[in-house]
Design a protein around this ligand. Sequence first.
Ligand SMILES: *[C@@H]1O[C@H](CO)[C@@H](O)[C@H](O)[C@H]1NC(C)=O
Ligand SMILES: *[C@@H]1O[C@H](CO)[C@@H](O)[C@H](O)[C@H]1NC(C)=O
Length: 328
Amino acid sequence: MLIARFLSSILAAVSVVSAAESLGKYGADMVSTSGFASGARMAVQYHVTQSAIVMGVGAIAGGPFFCAENRLDIAEICMTKPDQIYEGWLFHLTSFFEDTTVIDATVNMQDDRVWLFSGTADTVVHPGVSAKTEAYYRKYVNDSNIKAVFDMTAGHTFPTENYGIACKLSVAPSIGSCGYYAAFELLNHIYGNLQRPNEDTELHGNFIEFNQSEYFRVSPPAAYAMDTTGYAYVPSACKNNKGCKLHVVFHGESQRREKIGDAFARNAGYNEVAELNNIIVVYPQTVATPLNPDGDWDWWGYNGKLSVTKLGMQIGAIRRMVKRALST
Ligand SMILES: *[C@@H]1O[C@H](CO)[C@@H](O)[C@H](O)[C@H]1NC(C)=O
Ligand SMILES: *[C@@H]1O[C@H](CO)[C@@H](O)[C@H](O)[C@H]1NC(C)=O
């Protein structure tokens, strides 16, 4: 019953359409990223491929870099059978990518900040997979910079303080009312000493729908399973080149615009933290395609074998979005 009411309130939001504008040149700095499920895989990919500019990552129900090795059958193992994920092999593959310069030098990750979360009741991504993500990062990142939260009774869900469906569920749209403010916890781990929002926190900035088509040169975004429109939150203090931080959020498949409009971007809890702490938040969006019927981010190579490298089509588009937001 509660779920039905929640979903109908979301569907009401989907019908509100407004024209796409462009991302601005915000002169931002200190780039970090986070995501949920396939979005967490994408956040890790974005971090590892571009660690020269990305300084922190938050991954909820994610997995280690290049775990799927461009194969759907291995991707399945990477979700359900952590005992068959060999981090030594992933280190080897990472070295190969590093040597061929299709990812940034891994030494850039040493002082980065890594925050990992997995619910003990997740029935979609085995909790042991996040432990493998931790093992992967421990090779490259200073131990004290890694925080793992693996003990909460949550399902396959993005945890919020009090928005969404029951925390223990592992069903769409995977936004769980968990009494736990994941967006604040991860941003605070990445940036440190942030001000924590409360129920009186008001959003005075701009929530925008931006035109993702501008970041694709040859074919339209749908050719790479990306939407024509993305979302962003620009805090009031960040509108005019104030050196704000930049955080890129990758939604889970059931949280994309096509499914729930802006409900995730507005309610996951990031924007309130962003407003109080001068962080611009960009929410790129995927769409479903025949090759990618669930609208996942590309972590198993449906856009080609270079998907998880700097030459990946989605990674490239994200790089151009970030470049715009960093420029003055
Ligand atoms: C942490 O990383 C820095 C590089 O940023 C390095 O100089 C330092 O030795 C590392 N500390 C530990 C405890 O590994
Ligand atoms: C979005 O960008 C594309 C490519 O630059 C352009 O052709 C299109 O007209 C833009 N759409 C809107 C709604 O401005």
